[in-house]
Write a protein that binds this ligand. Structure first.
Ligand code: SF4
Length: 291
C-alpha cells in the first residue's frame, strides 16, 4: 500500500450528510477499497483515477494540530455542532496503526471537552485501541458499517476491511465498555430483496450487539460508482449483476423499504432517521450556498 504524507490546510469541513454539521477526514483514500465506495471521487484532489481507489492513502500528518487551532476559533454555539469522523475515508484503516491521526484528533476533542456530539464510523476493530480516549470524551458514539453477516461476501465487496463477524463483536465490546454505539447498514445490499432471511440475520446480529440505533441506506449507483462496482462484478453470474442493475429503480427501493420496516419491528431496532436513506434525496436538501 502506497502511503504519502501531506499537510492539511483545514480539517473541520462542513458536511452535507444528515445528522452531521462537520466532517473530519484524517486521510485521503482508503485501503479497504470497497467495490461500492462512493468516496472514490476523492481521487480528483490528489490526481488519482477512480479505478485506483483502494490502492493509495494520503495521511494528513498535521490533522490534530490543525484541529486544535480550528476549535479555538469556534464560538460556543458552534461547539454544539455534530462532528462526523469520517465521511470519505475510514478513520481506522491500516495506516492509522502507524500515524495515529484519528487518535490524535480524538485526543484534541477530549482535551477541549468538546460538548457537541462526535460520531465515529468505521469498518475496523482498530477502534478498540482507543477505548481509553473515547471514555474521556463528553459526547461520543461509535458506529460500525455492516452490510452482511457473510464473511466471504464481505471480503469480496469490502476487500481489505475487518471481517463482518468481527464488526459485530466490536460493537458488542464497545457497548459493554459503556460507549454508545450504532450501526450503519449501507449500502443495503440489493439481493436482500429476494433473500430477506439474510437481512433478518443481519438485524438479529445487531440486536444482539445492543446498538442504540441503526441507519439504513440504499445503494448509491451514480455513474462513477457503477463503473467501478460493475467492473468488480463482471465475473459474477448474470442474475447477480441484474439484481444490482435493477437496484436503481424506485420499485426496488420500495420493496426493500417494506422488508426493512417489518424486520426492524421484529428485532426491536430503532431506525434513527425514521426511513431508509437514499443519497439523491438528502443531497437535494443541501442548500446551494454550501455546495
Ligand atoms: S471503508 Fe468506507 S471509505 Fe473506505 S473504501 Fe470502504 S466505503 Fe469507502
Amino acid at each position: 500500500m502506497q502511503v504519502k504524507e501531506i499537510k492539511a490546510r483545514t480539517i473541520l469541513i462542513r458536511s452535507r450528510l444528515p445528522d452531521a454539521d462537520y466532517a473530519i477526514n484524517p486521510y485521503i483514500g482508503c485501503e479497504f477499497g470497497c467495490l461500492y465506495c462512493y468516496a472514490s471521487f476523492m481521487g480528483r484532489f490528489v490526481n488519482e483515477p477512480i479505478a485506483n481507489w483502494g490502492n493509495y492513502v494520503y495521511a494528513k500528518t498535521n490533522a490534530p494540530q490543525v484541529l486544535r487551532k480550528e476549535l479555538k476559533r469556534l464560538g460556543s454555539a458552534q461547539k454544539e455542532s455534530t462532528i462526523f469522523i469520517s465521511s470519505v475515508t475510514d478513520p481506522y484503516q491500516g495506516a492509522e496503526a502507524k500515524y495515529k491521526l484519528t487518535r490524535g484528533v480524538l485526543e484534541v476533542l477530549a482535551e477541549d471537552r468538546y460538548p457537541g456530539e462526535v460520531g465515529i464510523q468505521t469498518k475496523s476493530s482498530m477502534v478498540l485501541r482507543d477505548i481509553g480516549v473515547l471514555k474521556q470524551m463528553r459526547n461520543v458514539e461509535v458506529g460500525m458499517t455492516v452490510t452482511t453477516t457473510d464473511d466471504a461476501l464481505g471480503r469480496f465487496l469490502e476487500v481489505r476491511a475487518t471481517q463482518s463477524s468481527v464488526r459485530f463483536s466490536t460493537l458488542r465490546r464497545l457497548h459493554d465498555e459503556g460507549i454508545r454505539t450504532y450501526a450503519f447498514v449501507g449500502p443495503l445490499l440489493p439481493h436482500f430483496r429476494y433473500k430477506p432471511a439474510l437481512l433478518d440475520a443481519l438485524f438479529g446480529a445487531l440486536s444482539e450487539a445492543k446498538v442504540s440505533y441503526i441507519y439504513v441506506e440504499h445503494i448509491n449507483l451514480k455513474g462513477y460508482i457503477r463503473e467501478r462496482l460493475f467492473e468488480g462484478l463482471k465475473n459474477e453470474p448474470e442474475e447477480v449483476r441484474n439484481v444490482y442493475k435493477e437496484a436503481r429503480e424506485q420499485g426496488h427501493r420500495e420493496a426493500l423499504d417494506k422488508i426493512v420496516g417489518e424486520l426492524i419491528e421484529k428485532h426491536g431496532l430503532h431506525l434513527r432517521t425514521g426511513q431508509v436513506l437514499y443519497h439523491d434525496d438528502y443531497m437535494k436538501a443541501w442548500p446551494k450556498q454550501l455546495d
